[in-house]
Design a protein around this ligand. Structure first.
Ligand SMILES: *Cc1c(COP(=O)(O)O)cnc(C)c1O
Length: 364
């Protein structure tokens, strides 16, 4: 064994050694429909203004208090009065902060993070890295939440955290409000329900306004899918006493000054981003209709900026799309209920048309 192999085996956790890294494919030269990005930039005059704003950012100092950005978020994004937000370097970091804060180390038992599967992959990863056990509860074949199985698993495992993506990724559907309320009630004071609203700009459905009703609820969002994936900013809100606990785990300067300035600027022009989201919503519905008309293709209902479809041969369709320089996500191996499923981010009419024509050609 080489020195480095020996060093790694002596120092790095075996479960970390055993897993693969989160794969970000090199998409240069491809039409990129794999990561739910908003294809639209801000209009040129706003980008010019943003340039001036960023030039004024104080780069030589650590980020000062995040008060102004937090105030803008609370003001513009529906956070209830009396509630604050905690900022993250993307909501990925928020997931990891929650897991670290709740990974109680007990002699007899490891804390549990529970989520429906298939779901967002970072829930299981963050649980693992924090030293929590991950329990995945399969969705039904129609991709709806199996509420009986969820409640049984909650009773059995007493999870500290339950993550519910609303809408869910990679399935695109909204779980029912009634089911989520039952889960929050079942958790009571033994567990925290985290409603992950990454796709709220598209779904326009939210638990944010209901925070005062549920003291064991955390609502998490990101600006990524709205069109700011590059700046890495997520935020979450919860009862102040609970949020204060998570604040202790947050690295002090986790959101940089450029992100802060860009986000404040974007929030001043939130109507531009919301208009882009509305455009993507109608493009999604149009693409869904076109795809559903193709023989052998099933389109699942989506409230997000992507579509999940089932095709006769997902691996074949995925490979043929690659030869047309179109990159989508092959989710068929993620879970049994996703057999032969592909996930496609909705883009501009032009890119959607390139995808659709290449996809249609792949079927014959
Ligand atoms: C994309 C996504 C996130 C991650 O968002 P970032 O803020 O970019 O880290 C979180 N949750 C779900 C369900 C997502 O799809």
């Amino acid at each position: 064994m080489s020195f480095l192999d020996q060093l790694i085996s002596n120092t790095v956790r075996s479960d970390v050694q055993a897993i693969g890294s989160y794969h970000v494919p090199d998409a240069s030269g491809y039409i990129k429909l794999d990561a739910m990005e908003n294809p639209y930039l801000l209009p040129q005059h706003l980008r010019d203004e943003l340039g001036v704003r960023l030039a004024g950012a104080v780069l030589n100092r650590y980020p000062p208090s995040y008060a102004s950005l937090k105030a803008a978020i609370c003001d513009k994004l529906g956070v209830p009065a009396g509630y604050d937000v905690l900022l993250g370097n993307g909501s990925d970091e928020l997931i990891s902060i929650l897991a670290m804060a709740c990974a109680i180390q007990d002699q007899s038992r490891r804390a549990v993070l529970l989520a429906p599967v298939p779901g967002f992959v970072m829930y299981a990863r963050s649980a693992q890295f924090a030293g929590m056990d991950f329990v995945g509860v399969p969705l039904r074949a129609d991709l709806s939440l199996d509420i009986d199985a969820m409640l049984a698993a909650i009773a059995q495992h007493r999870p500290a955290l339950v993550f519910l993506a609303y809408p869910n990724n990679p399935t695109g559907n909204l779980f029912t409000v009634a089911d989520i309320e039952r889960i929050i009630a079942a958790l009571g004071d033994t567990g925290i329900a985290v409603v992950d609203e990454a796709y709220e700009p598209f779904a326009q459905q939210s638990f944010m306004g209901r925070l005062p009703e549920f003291e064991n609820l955390v609502v998490m969002r990101t600006v990524s899918k709205l069109g700011l994936a590059g700046i890495r900013l997520g935020y979450m809100s919860a009862a102040p006493a609970l949020l204060a606990q998570f604040e202790k785990v947050r690295p002090p300067y986790n959101v940089n000054v450029l992100t802060q300035a860009a986000a404040e600027f974007a929030l001043e022009h939130i109507d531009v981003l919301n208009a882009q989201a509305a455009l993507l919503n109608s493009a999604r519905d149009e693409l869904a209709e076109q795809l559903a008309a193709l023989p052998g293709v099933t389109v699942f209902p989506s409230k997000a900026n992507f579509l999940l479809i089932r095709v006769p041969d997902s691996d074949d369709a995925y490979a043929k799309l690659l030869t047309h320089r179109v990159l989508i996500k092959n989710v068929s191996k993620m879970h049994a209920v996703l057999a032969n499923c592909l996930r496609i981010s909705v883009s501009t009419p032009e890119e959607n048309a390139v995808f659709f024509n290449a996809f249609k050609a792949s079927l014959v």
